[in-house]
Design a protein around this ligand. Structure first.
Ligand code: ZN
Ligand code: ZN
Length: 176
C-alpha cells in the first residue's frame, strides 16, 4: 500500500482520469463516477454486483424443495393441532421455528429473495388444507348436521396462521 501512494492512480474504467480512490474490496483505482458508496466504504461496480449475486445463492430446485418440506410439515402440524386445541397457541411458534430450520437444512442455507415467501405460503397451504377441506365438507353436509363441527376448525386455522408467520420471520432473519 505504501508504494502505491506515490504513483499516480487512474480509474480502471477511464484510463485518462486520475483518481485517489480505490475499491476497498479489490483495491483497484476508480474515479468518483465509477465508485459506489456502500455501508463499508467505496467499492467498484463489479464488486457491488458480485456482492449482490452472492446474496442470491438459491438454486431453482430450492423452491420446490422448500415448498414440499414446509407444506408437508404444515400439514402434520395441522393434524396435531386438531388434537390439542388451545395449546396450539404455544406449539405453533415452535412448529414454525422447526419448519423454518427444516427448510434451511434441505436448501443448505442458500438464500433467495422469494424463498421465505414460498416457504410461508406452503406452510399456510399445508396447515389450512384440513380446515378448508373439512369446512367445504361440513358446508355440504350442514343441511343435515348443522354448523357445530365448524368450531373445531378454529384451532387448526389459528395454528396455520401463527405457524406460517413464524416461518416467514425466521427465514427473513427478523428476530421477534
Ligand atoms: Zn472492486
Ligand atoms: Zn471511472
Amino acid at each position: 500500500m505504501t508504494e502505491s501512494t506515490t504513483e499516480k492512480l487512474y480509474c480502471y474504467n477511464h484510463p485518462q482520469r486520475e483518481t485517489l480512490l480505490r475499491c476497498n474490496r479489490c483495491e483497484r483505482p476508480m474515479c468518483t463516477s465509477c465508485a459506489v458508496l456502500t455501508p463499508t466504504g467505496y467499492r467498484c461496480k463489479e464488486c457491488v454486483r458480485g456482492q449482490q449475486k452472492k446474496f442470491e445463492t438459491a438454486r431453482w430446485w430450492d423452491y420446490p424443495l422448500a415448498v414440499l418440506v414446509a407444506g408437508i410439515l404444515g400439514l402434520i402440524g395441522s393434524l396435531i393441532s386438531n388434537m390439542i386445541g388451545f395449546f396450539i397457541l404455544f406449539i405453533a411458534p415452535v412448529a414454525g421455528v422447526i419448519i423454518a430450520e427444516a427448510v434451511r437444512l434441505v436448501i443448505r442455507r442458500r438464500r433467495g429473495r422469494w424463498l421465505p415467501l414460498a416457504a410461508t405460503a406452503a406452510t399456510l397451504v399445508g396447515g389450512l388444507f384440513i380446515p378448508v377441506y373439512t369446512a367445504i365438507f361440513t358446508f355440504l353436509a350442514s343441511f343435515s348436521t348443522g354448523w357445530g363441527s365448524l368450531l373445531g376448525l378454529l384451532w387448526p386455522a389459528v395454528f396455520a396462521i401463527l405457524c406460517a408467520s413464524t416461518v416467514y420471520y425466521r427465514l427473513k432473519g427478523i428476530r421477534l
